[in-house]
Design a protein around this ligand. Structure first.
Ligand code: SDX
Length: 432
């Protein structure tokens, strides 16, 4: 079949034929990779219309509220799988059969423990250090513990690093919180599943063992699945860009944690709960809706809007249901924050501003309410997001090396600075 082309015609009649690339789903792309040979670069700050790579991992159809991991709808995965099923799927392209699952789980559990020296990295922080600052530092420091098996071009080394990261991030996240509290670190337990192990590390104490609640564990597995991957979002693109230079996977994931921390990205779940707590009651909702619409006010409705979803975020729908399940399990059906969130969502979705701009609740709108109900503090919401997204980050990092000729990411720019000028003229530099 003949290659489809786009023709770029300049006012002076010069024209360039640009190949059109089509994926298995989604918008076709105009390949501009050789345009600079014709004396032009393209300009797209924020990558509103720019694909940075090919990928077979996740697909989002923002108009139709569709999110697929390796072709499976997020709704089906959230209902029928656990997080390690999904982590295996993202990395390998298929769900594991029972044998594959058993060996993957035992491989991950084999790497659960952190090097004991890492205790001193945690203890270098102030007690009130934000868990994301601690996670970022500790994940990066893992680069210093592995010298062999770190050839990023070696498939087996990449698989080992992926398993190490999936295995160790739960302890790093949980210990970041326990350190805040001045509580002793709880070690991971191989007799527990992935979500149960994390909750146990977070909440058990030497004097009070944590009572595992299967309904909360199932809800938490869902929360991890919903956050596991999301195409080329800011933090995943960060991981890819850092990885394109050949940097080790621990440094790449630490960079992803840094990007996710921002309130416009993964930090929105913490910011959403803070916003709801600030609004406090329904009588103040309209005041905040008006502020969100006021261009002179930097306030935005946290947990609302999305670069790709121009319809409902399917994850928000599942998260709202999960929220309800957890609150009723805990006897918190009348939780004032949840009721406030439901009312805020209703009012916003009936407001012309939000309807015209297609601003709907995103994954962060309800996630904080669920985690707060489970006893997870605000400061840990983004750390949980990072825990889950490590599966997506490492799948994208690995995918980069599967293609041909991995190129280092190096965007161009439009220079708006001074034209060439001469120092001697400007500063009357004496010749002698
Ligand atoms: C995540 O990319 C991903 O996939 C991210 C993520 C993932 O899983 O990795 O889905 C996770 O980060 C979800 C998003 C969490 N962030 C928030 O909830 C923070 C609040 N949302 C906004 O900051 C914003 O909606 C973004 C950052 C999410 C998206 O910003 P865009 O795509 O750059 O959109 P924009 O800023 O150009 O907004 C378009 C218009 C603007 O108005 P105009 O200039 O056209 O008049 O919509 C307005 C914005 O002012 N707008 C909002 C708004 N979000 C956008 N107005 C009020 N409140 C909001 N939340």
């Amino acid at each position: 079949m003949e290659q489809k082309k786009a023709k770029l015609v300049l006012e002076d009649g010069t024209s360039f034929d640009l190949p059109i690339i089509e994926g298995t789903m989604g918008k076709p792309a105009i390949d501009i990779s050789n345009l600079s040979q014709n004396g032009f670069v393209t300009y797209d700050p924020g990558f509103m219309s720019t694909a940075s790579c090919d990928s077979a991992i996740t697909y989002i159809d923002g108009e139709n509220s569709t999110l697929l991991y390796r072709g499976y709808p997020i709704e089906q995965l959230a209902e029928n799988c656990d997080f390690l099923d999904v982590s295996y799927l993202l990395l390998n392209g298929e769900l594991p059969n029972q044998n594959e699952k058993n060996s993957y789980v035992s491989e991950v559990k084999k790497h659960y423990l952190l090097h004991d020296q890492l205790n001193s990295v945690f203890r270098g922080f102030r007690r009130d250090a934000h868990p994301m600052a601690v996670m970022q530092a500790v994940v990066a420091s893992k680069s210093a513990f592995y010298f062999e098996e770190m050839n990023v071009y070696n498939r087996n080394h990449r698989k080992l690093s992926a398993n190490r990261l999936i295995a160790k991030v739960p302890s790093i996240a949980a210990w970041s919180y326990l350190y805040n509290l001045g509580r002793p670190f709880n070690y991971p337990r191989s007799d527990l599943g992935y979500a149960a192990n994390f909750l146990n590390m977070l909440f058990s104490s030497p004097t009070q063992p944590y009572e595992i609640n299967p309904i909360l564990v199932k809800a938490f597995e869902k929360i991890l699945i919903l956050h596991a991957d999301h195409e080329q979002n800011a933090s995943t693109s960060t991981v890819r860009l850092v990885g394109s230079s050949g940097a080790n996977p621990f440094a790449c994931v630490a960079a992803g944690i840094a990007s996710l921390w921002g309130p416009a990205h993964g930090g929105a779940n913490e910011a959403t709960l803070k916003m709801l707590q600030e609004i406090k009651n329904e009588s103040r909702i309209n005041e905040y809706i008006e502020r969100a619409k006021d261009k002179t006010d930097s306030f935005r409705l946290m947990g609302f809007g999305h670069r790709v979803y121009r319809n409902k975020d399917p994850r928000a729908e599942i998260m709202r249901k999960t929220c309800h399940e957890v609150l009723s399990e805990l006897g918190l059906e009348n939780d004032s924050i949840f009721k406030l969130a439901l009312k805020l969502e209703k009012i916003a979705l009936e407001d012309d501003y939000f309807v015209e701009k297609k601003l709907y609740p995103n994954v962060d709108f309800y996630s904080g309410i669920v985690m707060r109900a489970m006893g997870i503090p605000n400061s840990m919401f983004t750390a949980v997001f990072a825990l889950a997204r490590t599966a997506g980050w490492i799948a994208h990092w690995n995918e980069m090396f599967l293609g041909e000729n991995l190129k280092i990411g190096r965007p161009r720019q439009i220079y708006q600075g001074k034209r060439f000028r001469n120092l001697s003229q400007d500063r009357n530099v004496s010749k002698d």
